[in-house]
Design a protein around this ligand. Structure first.
Ligand code: CA
Length: 369
């Protein structure tokens, strides 16, 4: 009631001006009435198939909550990868204004700027909780906004898968020598690291992984974690399930918004989008942890053998990752700037979380009753 009377009595002139100007400029927007916020309809391109309900659910949460919090005045419709644009071209579509917004992962676009990887996950980087700490309270989101300004885009975290698994293998791999020559589906920086360890890296979309692994066209593949991997049937295509997913310890998904469209929104809608994105970020992480614990039991019953990566492989992979970071830093000033502050944050938060989280988790895990 207070807000209504504020709008109708005190700020009617200013609010109406904002509403009308934004309404006129919005594609697909409806009519604004004197004391209300405008009707706006946006499209959201995503990188995900709808069958992956948890990750696509991050996009759906943003859209559902924006609609609910605006009484249906501001609606955003999410589209699966490939419906409007291919799943890995969401940033391009948002930048060009083909759609007003997208739900995707920043590290799909490292070809445009390698520093964009920090917005999602880096090999031997941050856990989901640490990623949130860096983005919201460690200067991370400001750093990403600076990078995305070059694309006329603004981003907000809107999902996290939690720590991923280290992939499915047809045969056991104990040493770096065992990795050499293996054909593995693994995209992004993790793939670049694996390539330096001698892996023959393949990049396949999610829908093609099962067949390639099942027929032996590839020897190994990574996707997400137990819940999503079981949906793809990967436990039926290879027996060994490695951990941890050192290249994706806590990847953030995000909403990307065309900045011109963003700036035309009433401030109330901007605040609602930010709130909906934060809710999606929290909700996806919670959903993955809750679902993965059940899917893990199910795939273990199906005969899957869990195997930890050896220290030899982990150390070689970490060394290769640090080399890539140094090389990128020497080639690219924006990468160097983000890397330095991220790395400092990483070392400090690791020290803290070793004391509080890890010491407790180690005891609790060893003494389950
Ligand atoms: Ca993955």
């Amino acid at each position: 009631m207070k807000r209504r009377s504020f709008i109708s009595n005190v700020a009617l002139g200013a609010t109406t001006a904002t509403v009308l100007s934004s309404c006129n400029a919005q594609s697909g927007s409806g009519e604004a009435t004197g004391d209300s916020l405008p009707r706006i309809r946006w499209k959201m391109a995503t990188s995900w198939p709808k069958s992956l309900d948890t990750i696509f659910g991050g996009a759906q949460t943003v859209c559902d909550r924006v609609s609910a919090m605006t009484g249906g005045r501001f609606t955003i419709t999410p589209y699966a990868g490939g419906e409007i644009v291919p799943g890995l071209q969401v940033l391009d579509a948002v930048q060009q204004g083909t759609v007003e917004c997208g739900h995707t992962a920043s590290y799909y676009y490292v070809g445009k700027n390698p520093a964009l990887g920090f917005g999602t996950s880096m090999p031997f980087g941050l856990s989901g909780q640490q990623q949130n700490a860096w983005l919201y309270h460690g200067g991370g989101l400001e750093a990403m906004h600076k990078l995305y300004a070059d694309f006329n885009v603004i981003n907000f975290p809107a999902g996290n898968t939690g720590a991923q698994m280290g992939g499915w293998f047809k045969t056991e791999v104990q040493s770096v020598g065992d990795l050499r020559g293996l054909k593995m589906r693994i995209p992004g920086l993790g793939g670049e690291v694996m390539s330096r360890l001698g892996v023959n890296v393949q990049v396949l979309p999610g829908g093609e992984i099962f067949l390639a692994l099942d027929t032996g066209a590839i020897d190994a593949a990574e996707w997400t974690g137990p819940y999503d991997d079981e949906k793809l049937g990967l436990n039926k295509a290879a027996p060994y399930y490695y951990y941890p997913g050192w290249w994706e310890p806590g990847p953030t998904l995000e909403i990307q918004i065309n900045k011109t469209a963003w700036e035309k929104l009433p401030q109330e809608y901007q605040e609602i989008i930010k709130t909906a994105a934060m809710e999606a970020n929290l909700n996806m992480l919670a959903a993955y942890d809750a679902q993965n614990r059940i899917a893990l039991q199910s795939i273990l019953k199906s005969g899957t053998k869990l195997v930890p990566y050896s220290n030899e492989i982990l150390k070689a992979a970490q060394q290769a990752s640090l080399e890539i970071y140094e090389e990128n830093s020497s080639k690219d000033a924006s990468f160097k700037e983000v890397y330095q502050s991220w790395n400092e944050f990483r070392k400090q938060v690791m020290q803290w979380n070793t004391i509080n989280d890890l010491s407790y988790a180690n005891f609790a895990a060893d003494n389950l009753r």
